[in-house]
Design a protein around this ligand. Structure first.
Ligand SMILES: NC(=O)c1ccc[n+]([C@@H]2O[C@H](COP(=O)([O-])OP(=O)(O)OC[C@H]3O[C@@H](n4cnc5c(N)ncnc54)[C@H](O)[C@@H]3O)[C@@H](O)[C@H]2O)c1
Length: 255
């Protein structure tokens, strides 16, 4: 298995895409730190998979919007890894995200900051915490789950969300440029309309049907398809790929 001996941290691991990513990385042999604020959902992820992956899933309950708590928790995990010996995180998947449909006129500064804190600040905090350990080991993977909204400006997604995802792509490019010679790669995935609670519960039926009709491949994306791309980016054979955004939008960009 290509990721045996590696530790991955996946944020939003209790959600639709995060759960699939965590299971995909476990299947590839990695140990997974499953991070979310939903303690009960994390526990059920651990319980449901304890037989198949005994001791391989460690829950990390934290509010990603709380910068101070997150920094402390991340530093505790990063521990002594800066000397390249042990511990730390080899694969960081910044997946957690929150959505608002509010366009410009309905966007408040309060909402903007709340969304940026989870979708961007948390990714920056975790990247800063784990990159020193990755550099010391000469190997690391930064994988950021952006969204088609980063370049579409947001179809059903709102202004703050679209800005946060464009900024996450900016973090991806900046990290990739800075880390090229270190063995650490940084890439993003930009999905559109994946079948998760974010889409099934937060979009009206009318919006969902309209978007489905607009997707040229004729269906929504499955979380496992995103997990497959994450597994690919995390694999040793993807080491020549850095500073890229993998589009997964079913051809929406040609619509
Ligand atoms: N579903 C889609 O169609 C779609 C499309 C493009 C991009 N994305 C992106 O994919 C990522 C995952 O989305 P999803 O569809 O699985 O969403 P989801 O709502 O199913 O899962 C998000 C998870 O993040 C966790 N979370 C939210 N705020 C948190 C916080 N403050 N602290 C800790 N955990 C927090 C939630 O508890 C949840 O488990 C997001 O970044 C989203 O923007 C999703």
């Amino acid at each position: 298995m290509e990721l045996t001996g590696k530790t991955a941290l996946v944020t939003g691991a209790a959600g639709g895409i995060g759960r699939a990513i965590a299971l995909g990385l476990l299947d590839a042999g990695a140990d997974v730190i499953a991070c979310d604020r939903d303690a009960a959902a994390l526990q059920s992820l651990v319980d449901q998979n304890a037989d198949q992956y005994p001791g391989k899933i460690n829950p990390m309950v934290v509010d990603l919007g709380d910068a101070e708590a997150l920094t402390k928790a991340a530093e505790a995990i990063a521990g002594g890894a800066a000397d390249g010996t042990a511990g730390g995180v080899d694969i960081l998947v910044n997946n957690a995200g929150i959505l608002s449909p509010h366009k410009l006129a309905a966007t408040t500064l309060e909402e903007f900051h709340r969304i940026m804190a989870v979708n961007l600040d948390a990714a920056l905090i975790l990247t800063k915490a784990f990159v020193p350990g990755m550099k010391a080991k000469g190997w690391g993977r930064l994988i950021n789950i952006a969204s088609y909204a980063w370049k579409s400006g947001g179809l059903t997604a709102g202004t703050s969300y679209a800005i946060s995802k464009a900024a996450l792509v900016g973090l991806t490019y900046a990290s990739a440029r800075e880390l090229t010679a270190t063995g650490v790669t940084a890439n993003a995935i930009a999905p559109a309309y994946v079948v998760t609670p974010m889409i099934m519960e937060q979009l009206s039926e009318e919006d969902r049907n309209r978007q489905l009709a607009a997707i040229p491949v004729g269906r929504f994306c499955q979380p496992e398809e995103i997990a497959h791309s994450v597994r690919f980016l995390a694999s040793p054979l993807a080491g020549f790929m850095t500073g890229t955004v993998i589009d997964m939008n079913g051809g929406l960009q040609f619509g």
